[in-house]
Design a protein around this ligand. Structure first.
Ligand code: BDR
Ligand code: CA
Length: 322
């Protein structure tokens, strides 16, 4: 099988770093570009962290585009209480020698998507607030329409984190998420949602971290540092690979159970702004009489996962066994 062409859109981020390692190092994926957006940390930190991870992975040839520093309407909020003060586990890593691409994230996305032939369309994987993708939909709609598939980390049918109702990436920029889902419906782009219902299931243990440290390669050391930071922060012997699960979903589609459901983003609720409203009704009678009408976006929502299998794929990749 030929490698799947992908672009990752990230706010690196401990678990974005885990995702970058998987996308950069697994031979089943062809990482064509990475674009950055403010989210877990301010944009400058996100760019530095992203370049650091790619340099450690030996992927200096992958262009990195600098994107939006803030959401469309909301004031920026970060998640350094989760990811550390530098946004990536405070590992004291040296500054990268790599530098970003001269193009903005928007132009880089457009160029990479438009360069792909029809039979090799690019899968775009937003693992962060979807500001860059929403701007692409508005500024370069023809490029958006050429996206082969979107697999995003965000939202949840039942589970939330940033607020009682909303997941961080969607909460951070709800308008962007709504624009992207609508654009997927308009342009007939297939979209999958890897949300919090499955996000916490692929776990890496203390023993796995010890194994990585024993290997002692730069990639294994970085992977061990990222995971053990979360072990300490959450006083837990198992940490999720988080965003990396969305990347793994492309490699092991049968390890994730999805259902195609209409999804909307709540934009106005006082306590529910940023919630992904996943329509799980199964009686067409109710659905057809819904005064709101059905959400235009039909999304492949991840509702179940083989966590150990996904975690093992990530571990084998960062150990250099694939
Ligand atoms: C998401 O928010 C960020 O903290 C993580 O990187 C992940 O993308 C989880 O809600
Ligand atoms: Ca992220």
């Amino acid at each position: 099988m030929s490698a799947i062409p992908v672009v990752l859109d990230v706010d690196t981020g401990v678990d974005d770093a885990c995702a970058l390692l998987l996308a950069a190092l697994h031979p089943g994926l062809d990482l064509r570009a990475v674009t950055c957006v403010g989210g877990n940390a301010p944009l400058d930190d996100v760019v530095r962290n992203t370049l650091r991870v790619l340099e450690t992975a030996g992927c200096g040839g992958v262009p990195v585009g600098v994107g939006a520093a803030r959401p469309l309407l909301e004031e920026p909020v970060d998640a350094r209480h989760v990811h550390g003060s530098d946004g990536m586990a405070d590992l004291g890593l040296p500054a990268p020698t790599l530098t970003p691409d001269a193009r903005t994230a928007l132009d880089l996305l457009r160029d990479v998507i438009e360069a792909a032939p029809d039979d090799e369309r690019v899968t775009v994987v937003p693992l962060a607030p979807m500001t860059n993708l929403a701007l692409l939909a508005r500024v370069h709609p023809a490029a958006f329409a050429r996206i082969g598939r979107i697999v995003f980390m965000g939202g949840g049918a039942r589970i939330s984190n940033a607020t009682a109702a909303a997941e961080f990436n969607v909460f951070h920029d709800p308008e962007a998420a709504a624009i992207v889902l609508d654009a997927c419906a308009t342009h007939d782009v297939t979209v999958a949602m890897y949300g919090l219902d499955v996000f916490y299931d692929p776990l890496v243990t203390d023993a796995d971290v010890e194994g990585l440290r024993a290997l002692g390669t730069p990639v294994a050391d970085l992977a061990a540092g990222l995971i053990s930071f979360h072990h300490r922060r959450f006083a837990n012997a198992g940490a999720t690979i988080g965003d990396a699960g969305a990347v793994a979903m492309m490699l092991l589609p049968d390890a994730v159970r999805t259902e195609r459901r209409p999804v909307r983003v709540e934009l106005t609720g006082t306590w529910t702004r940023g919630r992904t409203v996943v329509d799980t009704r199964d009686w067409s009678g109710d659905m057809h009489h819904d005064p709101h009408g059905l959400a235009p976006a039909q999304v492949d929502v991840a509702l179940g996962i083989d966590g150990p299998r996904i975690a093992e794929l990530w571990l084998r990749t960062v150990r250099g066994e694939v």
